[in-house]
Design a protein around this ligand. Structure first.
Ligand SMILES: [Zn+2]
Length: 305
């Protein structure tokens, strides 16, 4: 199944090919610059299957004849969290501290795509009323049963929250997975209070320094993002994120570049075993942040009133 779509940001159907591998193609809109998977290789119904237990299970999975490599890189998400709980919790607290700089009074907090609920658990412990939405049954059930969190299984639209309900909405590595991120941003805008804050972490997958360097080293025609469709369907840049937020009723408070610190995401050049690696790694990250070319875009936005 191949289905061509127009740009969700500006509705143009004029684009140029910027990546191709087998049946997987990524194009860049000639009008607004948004990079996205086109044509789509699976329907939304099939896409839901991606996020069953296999998604967090570290196994490859397939659609008809397309093999999708698992991004997870390890076989047990839960045990690897508990192994590195200290380090990961520190990172969560850093994210939460930044949110609290914009939102001093603790109210209702929603995490869209909350997975097993580890971040939401920290949010609740800090005194927020924590809510989650998660499409993956397996991880949502863990959050509900083991962590006793208020997590709805399904999409944000299916959760059907009232207007102006949340003080903070948080998305970490979620927007780029969604079939229509513009519709989701509009829905987020609807359920956010007038003084509500939207905080997102979005991968800078096509425009980051490591992807350019890999292209040069390997001498390939295209830059290859680290996560391919149908897992990532959109490849935002700072510019296209700003356009998407503007279109959906947000004012941007701050955008900054950081480095995603997942411990399994560190092997940039295949030089992991070198003694110098930790130093090179740190230096590389600092340079990429300085150039606004690191692997994560951090967005702080508020509802335009
Ligand atoms: Zn466009």
């Amino acid at each position: 199944m191949k289905r061509y779509i127009n740009c969700v940001l500006c509705n143009s159907n004029e684009s140029r090919l910027i990546f191709e591998e087998g049946q997987i193609a990524i194009v860049e809109c000639k009008s607004c610059g948004l990079a996205y998977n086109n044509p789509r290789i699976c329907e939304e119904k099939e896409l839901k299957k991606v996020y069953d237990e296999k998604y967090f299970g570290g196994k490859d999975f397939s659609f008809s004849d397309i093999i999708v490599e698992s991004w997870a890189g390890n076989s047990n998400y839960i045990s690897s969290f508990y192994e590195k709980k200290e380090e990961i919790t520190q990172n969560f607290l850093k994210i939460l501290n930044e949110i609290e700089r914009y939102k001093k009074e603790k109210g209702r907090f929603l995490e869209l795509g909350c997975a097993y609920g580890f971040f939401l658990d920290v949010v609740r412990n800090r005194g927020w009323e924590a809510h989650g939405v998660e499409i993956s049954n397996d991880s949502a059930n863990y959050a509900r049963q083991e962590l006793k969190l208020d997590v709805k299984i399904g999409t944000l639209e299916e959760a059907n929250y009232p207007d102006e309900y949340f003080d903070v909405i948080f998305l970490s590595d979620v927007l780029e997975h969604l079939p229509n991120p513009i519709e989701i941003l509009k829905e987020i805008n609807r359920i956010l209070k007038p003084d509500g804050i939207l905080r997102m972490l979005v991968p800078n997958d096509l425009y980051c320094l490591s992807v350019w360097i890999k292209k040069i080293i390997r001498g390939t025609k295209y830059r290859k993002p680290s996560v391919l469709p149908p897992i990532h369907l959109y490849f935002f840049s700072k510019d296209t994120l700003q356009k998407a937020l503007k279109k959906t009723g947000f004012d941007i408070l701050k955008i900054k570049f950081t480095v995603y610190s997942c411990p399994d995401y560190k092997n940039y050049f295949g030089v992991k075993r070198l003694l110098l690696y930790p130093i090179l790694h740190k230096l590389f990250h600092q340079v990429s942040i300085l150039l606004n070319m690191s692997n994560t875009i951090n967005v702080f936005a508020k509802k335009r009133i």
